[in-house]
Design a protein. Structure first.
Length: 347
């Protein structure tokens, strides 16, 4: 296969940041994608509908001329979120989910949920009105090994949550383990998961063997290759509960190449091309369109896109650097060669 035309994809999990960064992140994501679920972990976080509206307008203003790329907004769940805020968010028409960060789990998550029991009323309301819960699925207990934090979260928190709220729509974000794949596979249709390009292409050896490579550091952290293989199998299976969410998370080069480097891989310099690489290597390019362009929209009850993009088999070298506002960052797989390029088709 030399070319592949697919419905224009959507990204169901990405970070755009704020301020000067928006010009870079929004322009990158709008090249090949139609919509993006914009994570709310700004500082301070986006905790209500009014803040989401202001943020959305800034994002819209940062689009390149003629771009019709659409931001989909999500609220940051805190111990103080009120059930009424969920109803307001739903009525806005532009908020499509609520993000649950266990407090302290990752970048700007300090205002997250300290104990999920505190969110019972909010979760009840979400279940009732069909508002999806987007979960960063890691425990934060310092005594739990960082490589086990997702699995322990599933066992201790997620299983109970699903039992208590059986109809709640849940997206387990950026899954990294065979345990998470198994959990979703054995669940009902209201439970789904996003998978990032870094967790499909790499494992913890890429991060740690032969030297520590901070540009592969993200959270949840890369796991061993058997987990990577389980994720590849899930993404390329055609099971509609697994869909595209890059977790593209820009950090300046200086903040990653540091004695205490930030977590996050930036992938919107080449997101769909990175996924194409995975699907081509697995001989499953015929499954890419469902994963990238259909299943997420179906899960969120949004229409599928009508425009298309074409992927062409032609080797190219990824750039060494990307802009992040007035600074530089090192994007995922910088300087390496990919086999697939993307072209936009006329609508
Ligand atoms: O690696 C990550 N970076 N994981 C997250 O959960 C957050 C993200 C960020 O915002 O930088
Ligand atoms: Zn994220």
């Amino acid at each position: 296969m030399q070319t592949l035309t697919i419905t224009r994809p959507d990204d169901w999990h990405l970070h755009l940041r704020d301020g000067a960064a928006l010009a870079s992140t929004v322009s990158d994501v709008s090249v090949n994608f139609a919509r993006g679920m914009v994570m709310p972990n700004l500082s301070p976080p986006i905790v209500n509908t009014a803040q989401a509206q202001v943020y959305r307008e800034k994002i819209l203003a940062a689009r390149p001329p003629d771009s019709d790329w659409q931001p989909l907004m999500t609220l940051y769940l805190t111990d103080n979120t009120a059930a009424e805020e969920i109803t307001r968010a739903q009525a806005s028409g532009f908020i499509h989910g609520v993000k649950y960060y266990p407090a302290g789990a990752t970048t700007n998550s300090d205002a997250g949920v300290s104990h999920i029991g505190k969110a019972s009323k909010v979760l009840e309301r979400m279940q009732e009105i069909g508002m999806p819960l987007q979960i960063h699925g890691e425990v934060t207990d310092p005594d739990i090994d960082i490589f086990d934090r997702e699995t322990v979260f599933i066992d201790r928190i997620l299983m109970r949550l699903v039992k208590r709220f059986p109809e709640l729509k849940i997206i387990v974000e950026h899954i990294t383990t065979s345990n998470a794949v198994e959990f979703v596979t054995n669940s009902d249709k209201n439970i789904s998961a996003t998978i990032t390009p870094q967790h499909l292409l790499f494992n913890r050896n890429h991060l740690l063997a032969g030297g520590i490579r901070p540009h592969f550091y993200c959270l949840p952290v890369l796991k061993r290759s058997t987990h990577q293989q389980a994720l590849i199998d899930a993404a390329t299976s055609g099971d509609s509960r697994f869909f595209l969410g890059t977790d593209s998370a820009p950090h300046t080069r200086a903040s990653k190449e540091s004695a205490c480097g930030c977590a996050g891989c930036y992938s919107h310099h080449a997101a769909i091309q990175l996924y194409a690489e995975v699907f081509a290597r697995a001989d499953a390019l015929d499954k890419l369109e469902g994963f990238a362009s259909h299943f997420g929209a179906d899960f969120y009850n949004l229409p599928r896109n009508s425009s298309k993009i074409t992927l062409r088999r032609q080797a190219w070298q990824l750039p060494q650097a990307s802009r992040l506002g007035n600074e530089e960052m090192t994007p995922l797989y910088a300087g390496e060669t990919l086999q697939w390029q993307a072209e936009n088709d006329a609508d």
